[in-house]
Ligand binder design. Structure first.
Ligand code: ADP
Length: 490
């Protein structure tokens, strides 16, 4: 029976193909690392051709393991968001390297637009802030600095897209140039309630609207793969940006339900229902789902440094050999001995948005050692999350429970510390790959295996582990006091 779902998960550091059975259990997977290009300080690029070649190779590796393309009901795609690919519609080839979400090269352009007084209006219309993180200024940079991109724009053959858009173009043999609403909502070119990219915003950023994809639903018969790729045309039935996909994978489908992903950075999203959110506290408003033309929204807060702090302890300080050792180190002492880390190694994200802030280690004494530093690093995750919880609450969104995932969520000590500091139940699914699972849920409902997304989520979501808060208020207060003190120094 063709009731398997093929998920293509094109992330920042790697791309993967995972096949899910209709009950959400993974049946096969393949993964390939992506080359990171750093041509200058603050610049991060990917080779879009490599993303496509490796994603296709992964798909071709897993399909035979379940009996081939005939067994697949639909393809779901999830991807690193905001990253811009520019290609030529006529040749189907990239015109330059993709500019990755982490890339800061357009900071001067953002500053210019801010000085010209556009920030408030942009924020109101798009739900986003004026920051190099988002796609529009990256597109503009390519037009201004890459002759091939400008020439294709002049010739009318330029195509811009985020990574899912690029993959769909290649998967359909160039037949479809589309972007799903969740990815489109990260470009600065879509109004939160707009059905298509906005002409006024395109003019403001200097992006020709003709180069942009059509904005489409996130589930349904969205496109068909070129039959030559897998021996048979497969419908593409689910599309979502990675954080929206993880939110769906955690079944946060009702207003107030919240997930936090702790990977390299941390991304927290709360479902806001059908009303477009407008944060007063520098959180982002973003599209969570669009199905049959109807949208639900989320508020999002991102922390730039999460697991990468543990990586730094490992690679730059040599305090641990593997990231998971931080758990035993944290447990080996009753407290951090007053050591507090502010992980502003790459500035501070929401709700602070201080790109010039830098990291702080406060409270060192001769008694401070590896264990104190490891514990302080893990504690910093709960501190950063606490600040976001306050900002979400100030925007009128109180978290009921927190559903966690991402590589760092495997750390039981950190999960318990989050529950303790937030005073909330923390839930962790047994299957931690919620990003891929969310795309599978979308694709399964889009392919008609389930009547709707809620049904798909009910059937495909796995078992949970719960962490209940048990910390004394006095201990929590002491932690927050030292955190705030250290934060002011950052
Ligand atoms: P991404 O998807 O952003 O590449 P992952 O979700 O794979 O990241 O998470 C990897 C990150 O989590 C790494 O930065 C690593 O340092 C951290 N990490 C992984 N396992 C643990 C652990 N048990 N304890 C603390 N940190 C961890």
């Amino acid at each position: 029976m063709s009731d398997y779902i093929l998920v293509l998960d094109a992330g920042t550091t790697s791309t993967r193909a995972i096949i899910f059975a209709s009950d959400g259990v993974p049946a096969a997977s393949a993964q390939a690392e992506l080359t990171q290009h750093y041509p200058q300080a603050g610049w991060v690029e990917h080779d879009a051709r490599e993303i496509w070649d490796k994603t296709l190779a992964c798909a071709r590796e897993v399909l035979p393991q379940i009996g081939g393309a005939a067994m697949v009901a639909g393809i779901g795609i999830t991807n690193q968001r905001e990253t811009v690919v520019a290609w030529d519609k006529a040749t189907g080839e990239p015109l330059t390297r993709a500019v990755v979400w982490q890339d800061r090269r357009t900071a001067p352009l953002c500053a210019e637009l801010r000085e010209a007084g556009h920030e408030e209006d942009i924020q109101l219309r798009t739900g986003l802030v004026l920051d190099p993180y988002f796609s529009a200024t990256k597109m503009r940079w390519m037009l201004d600095n890459v002759a091939e991109v400008r020439a294709a724009a002049d010739a009318g053959t330029l195509a811009f897209g985020t990574v899912e858009s690029w993959l769909v173009f290649k998967l359909t043999g160039g037949a479809a140039h589309i972007s799903d609403a969740s990815n489109a909502s990260r470009t600065l070119l879509l109004e939160l309630e707009g059905a298509a990219f906005d002409e006024g915003l395109c003019d403001l950023f200097g992006v020709p609207s003709g180069a942009l994809p059509d904005v489409v639903d996130m589930a349904g018969e969205l496109a068909q793969t070129d039959a030559r790729l897998f021996g048979r045309a497969i419908p593409i039935t689910g599309l979502a940006g990675d954080q929206q996909s993880a939110t769906i994978g955690q079944a946060c489908l009702a207003p107030g339900e919240t997930k936090a992903t702790y990977g390299t950075g941390a991304f927290i999203l709360t479902n806001q229902g059908e009303v477009a959110p407008h944060s007063q506290h520098r959180l982002l408003g973003t599209v969570l789902t669009q199905i049959d033309g109807r949208r639900t929204y989320a508020i999002e807060g991102s922390v730039f440094v999460a697991g990468s702090l543990v990586q730094w302890l490992r690679d730059s300080l040599g305090i641990v050999e593997v990231a998971s050792e931080t758990e035993a180190l944290a447990r080996s002492i009753p407290d951090s001995g007053g050591v507090t880390i502010v992980p502003a190694l790459a500035g501070l994200g929401a709700p602070h948005w201080q790109s010039e802030a830098r990291g702080v280690i406060a409270g060192l004494s001769f008694a401070s050692g590896k264990a104190e530093l490891a514990r302080a690093a893990l504690e910093a995750m709960a501190h950063q999350t606490y600040d976001l919880a306050q900002a979400f609450a100030a925007d009128g969104t109180d978290w009921q429970t927190l559903r966690i995932d991402g590589g760092m969520a495997a750390n039981d000590w950190m999960a318990q510390d989050l529950a303790d500091m937030l005073g909330l139940t923390v839930e962790r699914p047994a299957f931690i790959e919620t990003t891929a699972l969310g795309a599978a849920m979308l694709a399964a409902s889009g392919a008609g295996l389930y009547p709707d997304l809620q049904n798909a989520a009910d059937k495909m979501r796995g078992k949970l582990t719960r962490f209940e808060p048990k910390m004394d208020d006095a201990v929590r207060e002491e932690r927050l006091t030292r955190w705030r003190k250290a934060l002011s120094a950052a």
